[in-house]
Design a protein around this ligand. Structure first.
Ligand SMILES: [Mn+2]
Length: 294
């Protein structure tokens, strides 16, 4: 049948077939529709599909680059990762395997969650594929997620950063909610740096932290202010602006050796409200463009 009669394959940015083949695309997308340990608002299992749907409405042209970045680097979208229902630990292991495997075949992997738990698997996967010698993690989040154990699990979303700290140092930005035990842990650990949401002087520190390193960027969307990102399970007032988040990405892409992987997690779509889904998709596209066209 005539190919021109049909829409392009259903994937990130809705690119033409020639730009989405796995051996052509420099960027790959791994959807992880998983939420099992969340304690307040659930629904992040619907996040990846919402981001992919919203991405089809993105203008490909970006005046910053004077071209259509997505059409230049190409994006291959993997099928959604199957949820491992037996335990969050099994899910983290599945993410680790999928991430390590994908990173052996692509230059930049974007993981769409899903709850933040999956980021521990992303960290392990990139450490396995690229080594952990110069690996660091930058975390955008309202919450420190530094619980060693939460409601009986070491793989709760509230433990996400604590599991990543076991792999590599973490720089957290936008934090405005943590428990006493988490605060105590970060004071005792030389592997955690926190820039609280009201602080304004963290950009030079971040630049120094990522300089010459291999970076895993994890974006919990509740790090952004709920006025622009209400579609999260645990919205916290006083969050980051769109421009602040982009300044984090720009610092990483400018200073780091490379960013082989990032994730965008915790989108819980609100029916009828497109803005947050579109923001998440736009953010993912901008991160890809800044990293791959630098
Ligand atoms: Mn959070």
């Amino acid at each position: 049948m005539k190919e021109s009669l049909f829409q392009p394959p259903w994937g990130f940015l809705s690119l033409p077939k020639a730009r989405t083949a796995p051996d052509v695309a420099r960027a790959w997308v791994l959807p992880v529709p998983y939420d099992a340990t969340v304690c307040y608002g659930s629904g992040s299992r619907y996040g990846p599909a919402a981001i992919l749907t919203a991405s089809r409405a993105i203008e490909l042209y970006d005046y910053e680059f004077g071209c259509e970045p997505g059409a230049t680097f190409g994006v291959h979208t993997l099928p959604p990762l199957a949820p491992q229902r037996q335990s969050p630990e099994a899910m983290v292991a599945a993410v680790e395997e999928a991430v390590a495997d994908a990173l052996s075949r692509c230059e930049l992997l974007a993981v769409f969650g899903g709850e933040h738990t999956i980021s521990a698997g992303v960290a392990r996967g990139v450490a396995r594929a690229r080594g952990d010698k110069d690996l660091v993690c930058v975390q955008i989040d309202a919450h420190a997620d530094l619980w060693d154990n939460y409601e009986g699990s070491k793989y709760s979303h509230a433990c996400a950063a604590r599991r990543i700290v076991e792999i590599c140092p973490v720089f957290q930005i936008g934090i405005r909610n943590l428990a006493a035990a988490e605060d105590q842990f970060r004071r005792s650990s030389d592997r955690v740096t926190i820039a609280f949401a009201e602080e304004t002087d963290w950009l030079p520190k971040l630049a120094q932290f990522v300089r010459g390193k291999t970076v895993f960027l994890t974006v919990d969307l509740d790090g952004l202010d709920p006025s622009i990102m209400p579609a999260v399970g645990t919205p916290e007032p006083g969050g980051l602006t769109w421009q602040q988040v982009l300044s984090v990405v720009r610092a990483i892409c400018r200073e780091a050796k490379r960013m082989p992987v990032f994730d965008v997690v915790e989108l819980s779509p609100i029916p009828g409200m497109n803005g947050p889904d579109f923001l998440a998709a736009r953010l993912a596209y901008k991160i890809m463009s800044l990293e791959l066209l630098k």
